[in-house]
Design a protein around this ligand. Structure first.
Ligand code: 13P
Length: 249
């Protein structure tokens, strides 16, 4: 991996975590000494400001899990990228398959949200991934590259885009693709990024997500073109999250 692509281990807490979960946050911050990778936790909206205040002065980053495309306005229940930034977030997960499924978010919506993240000065982590049917039909690479082509606006750079490949059938199931399959998809993603963004593609990080655990992290993180992990369930426990971070090469 080129020196420019620093491994990123991001935790997506999804709809989990009450205020008392700050203990896990503190355990991550206290235990991250000697970890070479960048670490980020993405708690629910309600915890972002408190978490960001708590980790101020450490290198642990806080991100959101979604944002609206508009800066403000009549969008009951939504949160703008500027609000995440104001609360202390530095990044935002966009286009997660659970948002695509639960809220019918398509690529055009995700693309507008990426532009919103850029407008607010947040780093977007854009998620793509195929269903099991699509994989079985041999369409995984085509699906993922189509999503990426349509979800990421022109002008992305190594500093303004992170991609997360999350096969839907691997999320929360304990199943993962083989490392050969991961390498193939990440290679296809890198190829597309190079077509669109030229030399910047070499610096854009591509995370793998879907049932990353302490016992499979080393193999996944050592796979070609895997520049980190987007971790769901295992990020809720500081010990597991740190074990994954320590497995990074
Ligand atoms: P799990 O690690 O729980 O499979 O979730 C992955 C994910 O969706 C992260 O965004």
């Amino acid at each position: 991996m080129p020196a420019r692509r620093r491994t990123l281990i991001a935790g997506n807490w999804k709809m989990n975590g009450l205020r008392q979960a700050k203990a896990e946050l503190r355990a991550v911050a206290a235990g991250m000494g000697g970890v070479g990778a960048e670490l980020m936790l993405c708690p629910p909206f309600t915890l972002i400001a408190a978490f960001a205040a708590d980790v101020a002065g450490t290198s642990l980053m806080i991100g959101g899990q979604d944002c609206h495309a508009a800066e403000s306005g009549a969008h009951t229940g939504d949160v703008a990228a500027e609000m995440l930034k104001d609360a202390g977030a530095v990044a935002v997960i966009l286009g997660h398959s659970e948002r695509r499924a639960d809220h019918r978010e398509g690529d055009a919506v995700v693309k507008a949200k990426v532009k919103a993240a850029w407008r607010a000065g947040l780093l977007p982590v854009v998620c793509v991934g195929e269903t099991l049917d699509e994989r079985d039909a041999g369409e995984a690479a085509a699906v993922v590259t189509r999503q990426l082509r349509q979800s990421v606006p022109d002008g992305a750079t190594a500093d303004t885009l992170v991609v997360a490949y999350e096969p839907i059938w691997a999320i929360g199931t304990g199943r993962t693709p083989t490392t050969d399959d991961v390498a193939q998809i990440h290679g296809a993603i890198r190829h597309l990024l190079a077509e669109r963004f030229g030399a910047e593609a070499e610096g854009i990080r591509i995370l793998y997500g879907g049932s990353v655990k302490p016992d499979n992290a080393a193999a996944l993180l050592a796979t070609a073109d895997v520049d980190g992990a987007l971790v769901g369930g295992a990020s809720l426990k500081a010990a597991d999250f740190l074990a994954i971070a320590r497995a990074a090469p």
